[in-house]
Design a protein around this ligand. Structure first.
Ligand code: SAH
Length: 205
């Protein structure tokens, strides 16, 4: 699942420029028995399967070999809600991160003893922790200095002050299917443009 995202756009560029290193570990590598089992039924009954502790612990140990001080993060709907200010904090930290991605019904709770932070991408349930991990990684990587083209381009984005959403933007042509670009943006008057943009930025809920 990760290859498409890691090999494109800013994630690709950040790795090419040696600003970040991204790698994945397949839990199956640490699966048990001839079938490399990584899941089992929950004690106490219930639907679905859980990731077993042994492969998870072994995989985290393996990840720590690459980066012994890396923080361990668990993707889970009950975690703290991801937001732009956290992305900024983590981008500034320069630390390494290990993302544990749950699957099926979840994971054996004992994995939590290895975890520094539990993180959620929102109040909805996804099939696995991969999309949350990719979402979080993308939001951090693009904030690391040198990744985006203009150093300032992330500074004026939505949520950069915690609440303001970016103003509407337009590009050529000036008129498309009867819809015109607001005249003030064509005026060349930078003060009026700045005022229009401030007036048309929105506050997030
Ligand atoms: N049974 C669980 C959901 C399991 S979904 C529950 O009711 O809470 C399978 C895995 O996907 C989870 O273990 C978690 O790693 C990941 N996941 C699903 N939704 C997520 C979210 N909103 N944020 C972060 N991770 C999520």
């Amino acid at each position: 699942m990760f290859t498409g995202v890691f090999e494109n756009s800013m994630m690709w560029k950040a790795q090419k420029d040696e600003i970040v290193q991204l790698s994945t570990i397949d839990l199956r590598e640490f699966g048990l028995g001839p079938r490399r089992t990584v899941d089992d039924t929950p004690y106490g009954g219930g639907d679905g399967m859980l990731l077993k502790p042994e492969p998870l612990f072994a995989a985290v140990a393996k990840a720590k070999e690459n980066d012994p001080t890396a923080k361990v993060l668990l993707m889970t709907p009950r975690g703290q809600r991801w937001k732009q200010s956290l992305a900024q904090q983590w981008a500034d930290s320069g630390e390494g991160y290990i993302f544990i991605c749950g699957r099926y019904e979840g994971y054996d709770e004992r994995i939590v003893t290895l975890v520094d932070e539990q993180v959620s991408v929102g109040d909805y349930v996804l099939t696995g922790g991969e999309l949350p991990a990719m979402t979080i990684i993308d939001s951090i990587v693009r904030l690391i200095p040198g990744v985006l083209g203009g150093e300032t381009s992330a500074a004026i984005e939505s949520f950069s002050d915690g609440e303001t959403l970016e103003f509407p933007q337009y590009t050529r042509p000036e008129e498309f299917e009867g819809m015109k670009v607001p005249g003030v943006l064509l005026s060349g008057n930078h003060a009026r443009i700045a005022q229009w943009r401030a007036d048309n930025s929105f506050k997030a809920d």
